[in-house]
Design a protein around this ligand. Sequence first.
Ligand SMILES: Cc1cc2nc3c(=O)[nH]c(=O)nc-3n(C[C@H](O)[C@H](O)[C@H](O)COP(=O)(O)OP(=O)(O)OC[C@H]3O[C@@H](n4cnc5c(N)ncnc54)[C@H](O)[C@@H]3O)c2cc1C
Length: 470
Amino acid sequence: MEKTQSGRPRTVAVVGTGMAGLTTAHLLHQDPERRYEVTLLEKRQQISLSAESISVPSKDENNSAIWADVPMRAFAGGFYQNLIRMYDYLAVKYHAQPFLFSFTRLPRPQQASLATSYIPGPQMVYASNFHQIPPVPRTVDLINWLVGAVYAVACYVWFTFCCFFIAPFEEDPQTGAPSETLDHYLRRIWLPQTYVVNYLLPLISSVCTCSHQELLCFPASDILAYKRRTHRQQHFVVTAGVQSVQQKLLQDIDVRLGVNLTHVTPQKEGVQIAYSTPDGQTATEHFDFVVLAISPDAAASLFSPINSQLSAIPTTTVETIAHTDETTIVPMLRATSSLSLKNRKSGFSSPTQRIHFFSNDSITEAVHEQPNSILVTTNPLFPLDKSKIIRSASFIRVLRSPRSRMIINSIFRDRSQRKVSPETWRSGDNGVYLAGGWCWDGMVLLEGCIVSAMRVAADLGVTVPWEGID
Ligand SMILES: Cc1cc2nc3c(=O)[nH]c(=O)nc-3n(C[C@H](O)[C@H](O)[C@H](O)COP(=O)(O)OP(=O)(O)OC[C@H]3O[C@@H](n4cnc5c(N)ncnc54)[C@H](O)[C@@H]3O)c2cc1C
């Protein structure tokens, strides 16, 4: 990809300021040959990556701020190779973060009443990577707990074995059979249902922030690949919150906030975008290339050639609330009150953080205790004291299914490798590219943002500076 014949750099509009948009803009902007003039557009009045994060004064002498990332932006070795390389290249500080997970199964009446008084103590507590011996909840009889723990560990070992040695059925191009769902896979390996509903679904559905049923419809390959690659790997968080990543990625980039894209129209040369601004004005503008780093439902509504493909990709809305209402977690705190997390280091430089899961038959509420006494609840099942709510936010979460997997893979398939029907729109056709956590063959997490941004850069001939760094 060269400069235009007149020698001017090519203009690129990158739409969306999540991790995918910021990384794409950064990569194209840093092109050593300066071939791209990047404009980053965002419909909100803030850069979205850290828009909901909360800063609280720390208790140290300097009174510096501590950032609580909302939503969580944790990552782990193995799975997040490109994210970690990028952070290292940008000199972003991050640290290992051990977690303690408590699992509480809500009794049936709760599902009707939603009263916090129904919440029992946790049935089990689990330490990430077994980094410490988890406490035995006081509410559980020791013998029962031991039997439950042996059962859970045996199921976990069997599931882990299957992840490594029993491959999921992949899509069959001959018969057109789609890839295997998680539900089908779990039944095929005979993983006991009690373990599935009490532990596996609560844990993984809180990573994907979706309902249990939605998760069961994911391609099994997503979950297995995630498990294999994160197995025995540490979790990490960015020390100063993702706002520190945002600052670095945004350096010297032309950003325009409050620009809500309404249409993307390919032209003979380049691409025209139409947008509206908060003052009710509408306008059109021309760019050589457009990168849509937005969710698939939003992209489908803007750009007609991909409407039918992207409309088939499932999404959901997730609610996250940052607050200080401890009512929900009190039974858990009482049950394990001997545990002083603040002082417990477990060999890590950062104290263990607790995440509590409350599950009914269909969904899991996750409550994450942040070190600064803020609780972050995702998928709330219980009402919270309004006076204790600091901030609540909704996020679009892209889901996965064997069908959406097929569609996404065809959009990003290299024409030279496989036969692709000429009607299939592919990222890059008509000068329009797609990027986002969902734009790769895997779970919709930050790593997908980086991989898809790197793909746009590669397609436009730009070297990725952190590629090859180990
Ligand atoms: C509750 C929750 C917890 C999570 N926890 C983790 C975690 O711990 N680790 C992890 O790796 N991942 C996590 N994820 C997933 C991860 O955060 C997302 O996959 C990732 O942030 C998606 O980034 P993105 O850049 O693809 O899209 P987004 O962040 O959704 O950005 C899209 C941007 O496009 C803008 N936009 C949309 N339409 C238009 C338009 N018409 N015009 C202009 N702008 C537009 C939006 O305003 C937004 O800024 C979590 C997600 C949620 C919801």
